[in-house]
Design a protein around this ligand. Structure first.
Ligand SMILES: [Zn+2]
Ligand SMILES: [Zn+2]
Length: 158
C-alpha cells in the first residue's frame, strides 16, 4: 500500500494554494465538513447547518491518517490529490514476483523500504552514516537485483 506523509500533504497543500479539503458530509444536514488550512496550520472545521463550532487546530498527522486510511492505492491517490498531491510514484515491486516487500541494501545490511522505494524516514536516525545502495532484495521470492539492471532493460528509442 502507498503511504503518504504529513509533510508531503502539507507542502502540496501550501504549494497548490488549497485551503479546504472535504472529509465527509454531516449525516443530518449534509453540509461538508473538512480540513481547513491557514498558513501552515491545519484545522478541522466540523461546523455545519445543525451545529456551529470553531475550527479546531489538528496536527498534520490527521491529514496523513485520513489519506492513508483509504481502502486501496487508487483511493489513497484520490484523497492525496484533494490536498494537491498528485505526483506520487508507483510503489516499487519485485520484477520477478511482483511483491512489494522489497528491501534496499545499505553498505552493510538490508533494510525494508517504504512503498515509494525509499527508506523509512526514521531509519536515518539509526544509521546516519550508511548509504543506501542500488541493490534491492525481494522478501517474498528472495530475488536480488540492482536498480542499474532495470534501467538497462528500458528500450532505447531509435
Ligand atoms: Zn449538520
Ligand atoms: Zn520477488
Amino acid at each position: 500500500m502507498l503511504k503518504i506523509t504529513a509533510i508531503q500533504l502539507k507542502e502540496a497543500m501550501i504549494e497548490a494554494g488549497i485551503s479546504f479539503v472535504p472529509i465527509r458530509p454531516c449525516s443530518i444536514c449534509e453540509e461538508i465538513m473538512g480540513f481547513v488550512r491557514r498558513s501552515d496550520m491545519l484545522f478541522i472545521d466540523s461546523s455545519c447547518g445543525c451545529a456551529s463550532s470553531q475550527p479546531r487546530r489538528v496536527p498534520w498527522l490527521c491529514a496523513e491518517e485520513f489519506v492513508n486510511e483509504q481502502k486501496d492505492n487508487d483511493a489513497i491517490r484520490a484523497a492525496a490529490a484533494r490536498f494537491g498531491l498528485t505526483d506520487i510514484p508507483e510503489p516499487i515491486k519485485c520484477p520477478q514476483c511482483g511483491s512489494n516487500s522489497v528491501s534496499g541494501r545499505y553498505a552493510a545490511f538490508w533494510a525494508p523500504l517504504d512503498a515509494n522505494g525509499e527508506d523509512p524516514a526514521d531509519f536515518h536516525s539509526h544509521a546516519s552514516s550508511a548509504e543506501l545502495t542500488d541493490d534491492r532484495h525481494c522478501g517474498a521470492c528472495d530475488h536480488s537485483w540492482s536498480l542499474d539492471d532495470e534501467v538497462s532493460d528500458v528500450p532505447v528509442p531509435v
